[in-house]
Design a protein around this ligand. Structure first.
Ligand SMILES: [Zn+2]
Length: 161
């Protein structure tokens, strides 16, 4: 039988692309960004977007925080997210007992309980040409990551708690 097998469809609802499922794209990005500092700027949004689209692969206790980080990124942009990360690291080093600084994230909605209804943009839909995800430049790549992040926030936001 030539039915579409389970392996052609990802947990997040996306169909496989030429490289495989989302996890194959995710690992491909993580590998490529290791040798490309400019591409690595999008590391945090890539990770939290991937985990929020595939929550069974995430640590549940961090997901709420990650959902807020993603909202901040969609709302305020990459520089704001990078500043938050740098600030949190510095603060944790300086005052370990105080823990993570949630103040900038407190304005954003908590992660709803429930299942998101699928996403309008997915990792397995990312174009990959000439052995690269940044074949047409870093800003174009960043725009594609932003679009997946926006689709992720939109879908989770539609879940009724
Ligand atoms: Zn997926």
């Amino acid at each position: 039988m030539a039915d579409i097998s389970m392996t052609d469809r990802c947990d997040c609802g996306a169909t496989a692309g030429p490289l495989g499922l989302c996890v194959d794209y995710y690992h491909g990005i993580l590998a490529e960004e290791q040798s490309d500092p400019q591409m690595f700027r999008w590391h945090a949004p890539v990770v939290v977007t991937y985990l929020l689209q595939h929550p069974s692969e995430a640590h549940e206790k961090y997901l709420d925080d990650q959902f807020r980080q993603l909202q901040l990124y969609v709302d305020q942009g990459l520089d704001a997210l990078l500043r938050l990360a740098a600030h949190s690291v510095a603060r944790n080093n300086h005052r370990a007992r105080r823990g993570y600084d949630m103040a900038p994230l407190a304005a954003y909605a908590p992660l709803p309980k429930g299942e998101p209804p699928g996403f309008s943009a997915s990792f397995s839909g990312l174009p990959f040409k000439d052995g690269s995800f940044v074949f047409d430049g870093h800003l174009a790549y960043g725009d594609r990551i932003k679009a997946i992040a926006e689709a992720t926030v939109e879908s989770w936001t539609s879940v009724q708690s």
